[in-house]
Design a protein. Structure first.
Length: 318
């Protein structure tokens, strides 16, 4: 009957209008009142047709910007080791033999993700045999100092070890308590990739354990030793690595080491071989465990039923 055809047409029109509203809300369709497509501007593409529910073509007048190329996604503070490795693989593939390009990409993408640390210790306890923290320095990816404070040990100092530590009694006058320094430093190291030389000594002085997959120890790096022409199993000092690879002299004179200089040198060494180091680390990572949510034996055919589809997709398919 004419009345039945009218109701059928009305329902069909209602579904069409609902679908149109969804597309407009998602930005896939311009609001009504726009007349056809106009001249395409540079860098823009004019999409001129849209399929209606009844199969006919309707003009579209919205302009969609040409997609921009993104070098690589940036790393979040909580990125997993796998994500870090994949990130460096992307940088490596984009390098095309140009270390300058790779280095530039690294600087743009993660200036705050990496820090280098170095600590100076003094002797406490019986005959000064215990090593306690007396100074800690932390630098960022560019080598800028973000933390450098003298720390008062929990036990009385027996041996300042000035020849190596550079610490004197004068430095302890304005030193902060160990517990306060520890809290400040661990806040900086949280969720960071931490670089250092024989870094286990620094963590021990901080009474702290940093995740192994987020630690880069320049004293244990085969890449650095190979590049310096040294045996992989050789014990090499930061001073010698700096001389062989960076052509710079550190830890000279009788006033002891500078923890700032040592931290900056460790960061320079890491950046020298960063991409290759991370690539080899990616190959040595254990396989990712299967997700507990995924069950290979589960029958996925049930998820084809309408009740499992999102509401907006259901509306779009009307």
């Amino acid at each position: 009957s004419p009345q039945g055809r009218s109701k059928k047409k009305s329902r069909k029109h209602q579904r069409f209008m609902e679908r149109r509203a969804v597309l407009e809300q998602k930005g896939l369709l311009s609001p009504r009142g726009c007349r056809g497509s106009q001249t395409t501007e540079p860098g823009l593409q004019a999409h001129t047709a849209l399929t209606k529910a009844d199969g006919t073509m309707a003009p579209r007048c919205d302009k969609v910007p040409e997609p921009k190329r993104i070098a690589s996604p940036s790393l979040s503070p909580s990125a997993s080791p796998d994500s870090i490795a994949r990130h460096h693989s992307v940088l490596l593939s984009q390098g095309n033999g140009s270390s300058k390009r790779v280095r530039t990409s690294s600087l743009v993408l993660r200036p705050g993700k990496y820090v280098a640390i170095d600590c100076e210790m003094v002797g406490t306890g019986p005959q000064g045999r215990l090593s306690e923290l007396a100074r800690c320095s932390v630098v960022n990816y560019e080598g800028d100092v973000i933390y450098d404070k003298y720390v008062r040990p929990e036990l009385p100092i027996v041996d300042y070890r000035t020849r190596w530590s550079g610490i004197t009694k004068q430095h302890m006058k304005n030193a902060i308590p160990f517990t306060a320094a520890q809290a400040e430093i661990l806040k900086i190291l949280k969720d960071k990739i931490v670089i250092g030389h024989a870094i286990h000594n620094d963590f021990q002085a901080l009474k702290y354990f940093h995740p192994k997959d987020r630690t880069r120890d320049t004293s244990q790096s085969p890449v650095l030793k190979k590049r310096a022409g040294l045996p992989v199993r050789a014990n090499v000092s930061l001073k010698n690595l700096a001389r062989y690879l960076l052509h710079k002299k550190i830890q000279v004179g009788c006033k002891g080491h500078s923890s700032v200089e040592d931290a900056q040198t460790a960061m320079e060494l890491y950046r020298l071989v960063e991409v290759q180091w991370e690539k080899e680390l990616a190959h040595s990572l254990p396989p990712r465990p299967p997700s507990p949510v995924t069950d290979p034996a589960a029958d996925s055919s049930q998820y084809l039923e309408d009740q499992y589809w999102p509401t907006d997709l259901m509306a779009s398919s009307l």
